[in-house]
Design a binder for this molecule. Structure first.
Ligand SMILES: CC(C)(COP(=O)(O)OP(=O)(O)OC[C@H]1O[C@@H](n2cnc3c(N)ncnc32)[C@H](O)[C@@H]1OP(=O)(O)O)[C@@H](O)C(=O)NCCC(=O)NCCS
Length: 481
């Protein structure tokens, strides 16, 4: 097994063909296997991302199972992708042949073959594969992995000079071959012309009646081509997902890698084991993430922010120095220096300004909150606009829904609202206005006014002793007289 010292950079391959046609029956899912997600991205999305990183001239996906659903997803993530449909002839050899047929005629150069269900494969390992393939002028270069336990995998047979003689399937292997720890990943770089010619000779004349891609290796070698291998010690990168046990295992490993990457980039993660970070999340240095935190989608966190514990953010932008404690937020923005939680629920389009606050047991939705404004405890703010440095009292509610339509509440700057104010939308409150405790605000409040709901208070003297005689309260009342 030779060690390659790469003296030249890999060029852009002519094409990457991503095989994405399989049914994935062991997932036992109505959803196609390759659309299942890890790290916040579909498995085929990871395959497309790794392939795209090579900047191939063409990117092809071969599809068959749930074709329309898969194609819709693929074109969403890679609009310029070429779709090739696998026909009724089974096997990876046929899939690659059809992928090749979707490319311009006489395509030359390197063709890379990858899979929609191998989500941890990286661009850099593919780049190494292509570089070795091109520098060594191979006909075929197979990516292989060294496993401690290679049970079940196809073993790589090497000649004395290190070139690959062939691949023997586990069930066909001799005892001596079973001791080989180097396995076939199924990921290859091919010379386009060699691949085209070899596939034309591959038949379905075997026990499974499938066109095997592995047959190309023998054909290429017999034609005088060099067949070699690039071996990786990182088995996760070539591991496929067949069932949900593997999905979880690869998901955990991907997360471990993502969390480690961010720690090395200057993020403090108190408990990596309970921290989940999606592949598209962006973190700044000196962010602190506390245990039980999940960051999903396009979430981006600014420097010095503290997130968690027990917080889930999906597509949320958090400004520098903000803190979010035991809360859940989606499609929202949290300004620099703002505080959220504990136990806040920010629904989509919550925009909390700098130094603002959404405190304990608050729910918000479609609300813009200006700089320094605070909604400290126990309430709901939806379809509302709140100015700057306003203080919304405990238990305030924007009553935005009249049973048929939603209406807006507009609250100015430097407003002070008292406990249990209900804003019956549509309604607006001018700058510097106040509300009294328990106010039900149904009419607009001019700037600087105090809005009150006058419900006269009546004290029924001696009620407790008369109506709850002998109770602890009655005894306390008697003692007070
Ligand atoms: C609004 C509030 C701050 C006004 O306090 P204040 O300075 O004592 O008010 P005033 O004495 O000027 O009262 C003005 C008038 O409003 C009435 N009023 C005051 N608060 C009222 C209320 N919540 N409901 C009905 N009427 C009220 C007063 O009886 C008074 O009426 P009057 O002029 O006929 O006598 C106060 O009443 C209040 O509601 N405080 C609660 C604050 C709160 O909830 N803080 C916690 C926020 S989390």
């Amino acid at each position: 097994m030779g060690v390659h010292i790469l003296s030249v950079e890999a060029t852009e391959p002519a094409a990457v063909i991503v095989l994405a046609a399989g049914a994935g029956t062991r997932m036992k899912s109505a959803k196609p296997k390759i659309l299942h997600e890890i790290g916040g991205r579909s498995m085929v999305g990871h395959a497309i991302a790794a392939a795209s990183g090579l900047e191939p001239q063409k990117l092809v996906a071969v599809v068959r199972h749930e074709r329309d659903r898969v194609v819709e997803h693929l074109l969403e993530i890679a609009p310029s992708l070429i779709i090739a449909d696998q026909d009724e002839v089974p096997g990876t050899g046929r899939a690659v042949q059809l992928g090749l047929a979707a490319l311009p005629e006489h395509t030359e150069g390197t063709i890379v073959v990858t899979y929609g269900d191998v989500p941890l494969l990286t661009t850099s390992l593919l780049r190494e594969l292509v570089a070795v393939h091109e520098v060594d002028e191979n006909s075929v270069t197979v990516l292989t992995a060294l496993l401690d336990d290679a049970t079940g995998y196809g073993r790589i047979l090497r000649a004395d000079d290190g070139t690959v003689i062939g691949i023997v399937e586990h069930k066909d292997a001799t005892d001596e071959q079973l001791a080989i720890r180097e396995i076939n990943s199924g990921i290859y770089a091919f010379d386009a012309a060699v691949l085209r010619d070899a596939l034309a000779q591959v038949t379905t004349d075997n026990a499974q009646a499938e066109m095997y891609l592995t047959d190309v290796l023998g054909i290429a070698r017999r034609a005088g081509g060099r067949v070699a291998a690039v071996v990786t010690g990182d088995r996760w990168q070539v591991e496929g997902v067949n069932d949900r046990v593997q999905l979880a295992a690869l998901g955990a490993e991907m997360n471990r890698r993502i969390v480690e990457k961010w720690m090395r980039a200057g993020v403090t993660v108190i408990d990596p084991a309970t921290t989940w970070i999606g592949v598209e999340v962006a973190l700044s240095n000196d962010v602190t993430i506390k245990p039980g935190t999940q960051l999903h989608g396009l979430t981006a966190i600014g420097t010095d922010a503290i997130i968690g514990p027990d917080t889930t953010l999906t597509n949320v932008r958090v400004g520098r120095g903000a803190s979010v404690v035991r809360s859940d937020a989606t499609d929202s923005q949290i300004g620099a220096g703002a505080t959220v939680g504990p136990f806040a629920y920010l629904r989509p389009k919550t925009d909390l300004g700098e130094q603002g606050k959404i405190g304990a047991f608050y729910e918000t939705k479609n609300v813009t909150i200006g700089t320094g404004s605070k909604l400290s405890h126990l309430g709901y703010a939806g379809d509302a606009e709140i100015g700057e440095y306003t203080n919304i009292g405990c238990g305030n509610i924007t009553a935005n829904y009249d049973g048929v339509n939603k209406h807006r509440t507009v609250i100015g700057s430097h407003v002070r609202t008292s406990s249990n104010t209900v804003f019956v939308a549509p309604v607006s409150i001018g700058d510097g206005a106040y509300t009294g405790a328990g106010a039900i605000v149904r009419k607009d409040v001019p700037a600087g006014a105090l809005a009150l709901s006058i419900a006269p208070q009546r004290n029924a003297e001696g009620w407790t002793v008369a109506k709850r005689p002998g109770s602890a309260s009655a005894q306390a009342a008697e003692a007070a007289h």
